[in-house]
Design a protein. Sequence first.
Length: 89
Amino acid sequence: MTTIHDVLPSFIDRSQTETVLYRVAVSALTWQADAEPGYSLEDEQRWCLAPLRGVDPGLPLRVLVVDTILDPSRNRAQLVQALVALSDG
């Protein structure tokens, strides 16, 4: 029987999941749109997802990271679920 782990070998481990969640939390707490000219949500998103080291999280996860930075209360559960789906356990 083929499992999802056999089909998609690019899973992330728990430490990567925790680091992404930590970075999103820091970004959500500190993000101010007009704080630094030239600094963007895309920069925050890249920083948050950097621990995935070559695993393409896909557009939905990238959007969810930005949404969670902007509105953590509304999006954090979805973000956790998405990261768990990418993790190996």
